[in-house]
Design a protein. Structure first.
Length: 88
């Protein structure tokens, strides 16, 4: 499994004990996000028991990663940027 740094927006950092970034593990973008939720179970209140991909936006190499690309492999040292999207 790759070690990846996950940068969080201000809202999501609140659920990660106010940390601006956390280290996660996974072989794909999705696995890294799943690992993030498993580290901070209180996030399930925000995104549900299954990882709800419709309310988050993920950036990799500072470019948005489309949901269909969440199966994209990651490697050690990659950085992902996670942003909560609230609709109205």
């Amino acid at each position: 499994m790759a070690n990846v740094k996950l940068h969080l927006d201000q809202y999501l950092s609140y659920f990660a004990r106010k940390q601006p970034s956390v280290n996660v593990k996974g072989n794909t973008v999705y696995e890294c996000l799943d690992n993030f939720v498993s580290q901070f179970p209180e996030l399930k209140k925000v995104i549900g028991t299954e990882l709800s991909l419709s309310i988050i936006s993920v950036y990799s190499e500072k470019e948005e990663t489309a949901i269909e690309n969440f199966a994209r492999p990651v490697k050690d040292g990659d950085e992902l940027y996670l942003m909560f999207i609230s609709g109205g």
